[in-house]
Design a protein around this ligand. Structure first.
Ligand code: NAP
Length: 257
């Protein structure tokens, strides 16, 4: 079948985005929704999840919600099993929920290490595993794992975060190795620096901001909506032969020293 621009459309597909109550996740929900997908907002708080889904419907999108904490395997299994049986198939999964904890490595609190790994890595495993079982049964699915420039580059005070995002990049390749045969494409989307709540300390730090703008070939912070094109591409038929890759949306940061 020859290529048409409609290969990028997501009409009739349903996309679950973890941690989509704010920040990058919420913007990705808007982007996938604008391309025609029904988006499933995930948050740990039911009132917040319901309110955001309702807000997106007011914006003209198709939106539903699923409530779970990505670190609680039992909640994840219950919520996704119930959702698949009661509402319908999850065709696209975006593993977006993530946290940051900054401290010098030699003083890094072990509890902070475990909290960070539970959200950034265990959460990706738990949600992907249960969603993928349904995708495997259907013979198709798209998984987008939100990585980071820290999947490749370390920085002082965030070594555990870099370790978690490096692991997510490799888990993406593992998903490709095992699930490509079932019609699943798993790819990473790696943002550079975007001004969200996670980065508030950096946004407020003028010296960091000046350094970042010099360090980034584009000369500026990213705008969250600039992640949507890559997400739509990786969620769509247009990327059906792309698997196990990580696409950097970073204004060129990882291409230069
Ligand atoms: P954010 O504004 O802090 O949003 C993170 C989202 O994840 C929130 O909705 C949060 O919910 C949710 N979350 C946290 N723990 C969760 C859990 N256990 N279960 C379910 N949801 C949970 O951060 P962001 O900047 O949008 O980051 C989103 C993703 O992009 C993360 O994976 C991050 O590592 C990655 N990233 C961000 C940047 C950047 O420049 N901002 C760069 C590279 C990669 P609550 O509101 O309840 O806490």
């Amino acid at each position: 079948m020859s290529f048409t621009i409609n290969s990028f459309r997501l009409d009739g597909r349903r996309a679950l985005i973890t941690g989509s109550g704010k920040g990058i996740g919420l913007e990705l929900a808007r982007g996938l929704g604008a391309a025609g997908a029904t988006v499933v907002i995930n948050d740990r708080n039911i009132e917040k999840a319901r309110a955001i889904a309702s807000q997106l419907r007011d914006e003209g999108l198709h939106a539903e919600f699923a409530v779970f904490d990505v670190t609680d395997r039992e909640q994840v299994v219950d919520a996704i099993t119930t959702f698949e049986a009661g509402t319908g198939a999850i065709d696209i999964l975006v593993n977006n929920a993530g946290i940051q904890r900054r401290a010098a490595l030699e003083h890094y609190d072990a509890n902070d290490w475990h909290d960070l790994m539970r959200v950034n890595l265990d959460g990706v495993f738990y949600v992907s595993q249960v969603v993928a079982r349904h995708m495997i049964a259907r013979g198709n699915g798209k998984i987008i794992n939100i990585c980071s420039v820290q999947s490749e580059l370390a920085r002082p005070s965030i070594a555990p975060y870099a370790a978690s995002k490096g692991a997510v990049k490799m888990l993406t390749k593992g998903m490709c190795a095992e699930w490509a045969q079932h019609g699943i494409q798993a790819n990473g989307l790696a943002p550079g620096y975007f001004a969200t709540e996670m980065n508030r300390a950096l946004v407020d730090d003028q010296a960091f901001s000046e350094w970042l703008c010099k360090r980034t070939p584009a000369g500026r912070w990213g705008r969250v909506e600039e992640l949507c094109g890559a997400a739509v591409f990786l969620a769509s038929k247009a990327s059906d032969f792309i698997n196990g890759q990580t696409l950097f949306v970073d204004g060129g940061l990882t291409s230069v020293v």
